[in-house]
Design a protein. Structure first.
Length: 202
């Protein structure tokens, strides 16, 4: 189970306010950018290159699929934040596989900012290890554009998103650039009474 916390969680320890500001800056970094945790696509025509050797470790990724994913753009703040953890998460999962023969049931869970990171995590683990993670997120902001939505929903078949009534986070990025961003996930679990709210958040 890989769990990511939200933007502001009391009990974050020393420097709580500074961490809160840092997370808020991550949320507000709205520029669309290419996915940073993917392996390099350079020199793949050379069988013995470092990049060619590296991509062989990615069990769910072919050169053709990498060509497609490398051009997909996502929210730059969430993108940069997940890249900080991608290496550590990859090593932990790799270590688990080394010690255990059975393929585990992996769950990527997150709330608010953590939901965006859990979304990245699901795609990362599927492409890196070829496993089928279960992704469950709550109060998730939009993570990427239409291309990301289509590629992600095709890649991850076990994903669900919970929306809380009157929660502004699922509307991020806001209406001004809403058309650039789309929600991902196959199931929507709304926790609200006013149907009009749900229609606005789709």
């Amino acid at each position: 189970m890989v769990v990511f916390r939200g933007t502001g969680v009391k009990g974050m320890g020393k420097g709580y306010k500074l961490k809160l500001i840092k997370n808020a800056l991550t949320d507000s970094n709205l520029r669309l950018n290419k996915i940073m945790w993917l392996p390099s696509s350079k020199n793949l025509d050379q069988p013995n290159s470092k990049q060619s050797i590296e991509i062989k470790k990615w069990k769910g990724l072919t050169i053709k699929k990498l060509e497609k994913w490398k051009n997909i753009k996502v929210h730059n703040g969430f993108n940069k934040e997940y890249k900080r953890f991608a290496g550590t998460i990859g090593k932990r999962i790799e270590s688990f596989f080394y010690k255990n023969k059975k393929t585990p049931n992996i769950y990527c869970l997150g709330f608010s900012l953590g939901a965006a990171l859990a979304t990245h995590c699901g795609a990362h683990l599927k492409l890196r290890f070829g496993i089928n993670p279960n992704v469950l997120v709550g109060a998730s902001p939009r993570v990427g554009g239409r291309d990301f939505q289509k590629a992600y929903d095709k890649l991850i078949n076990k994903s669900a998103r919970i929306m809380l009534e009157k929660d502004p986070v699922p509307q991020i990025p806001g209406n001004l650039i809403k058309k650039l961003y789309k929600h991902v996930g196959h199931k929507l679990l709304p926790l609200y009474h006013d149907k009009r709210i749900g229609e606005r958040l789709k």
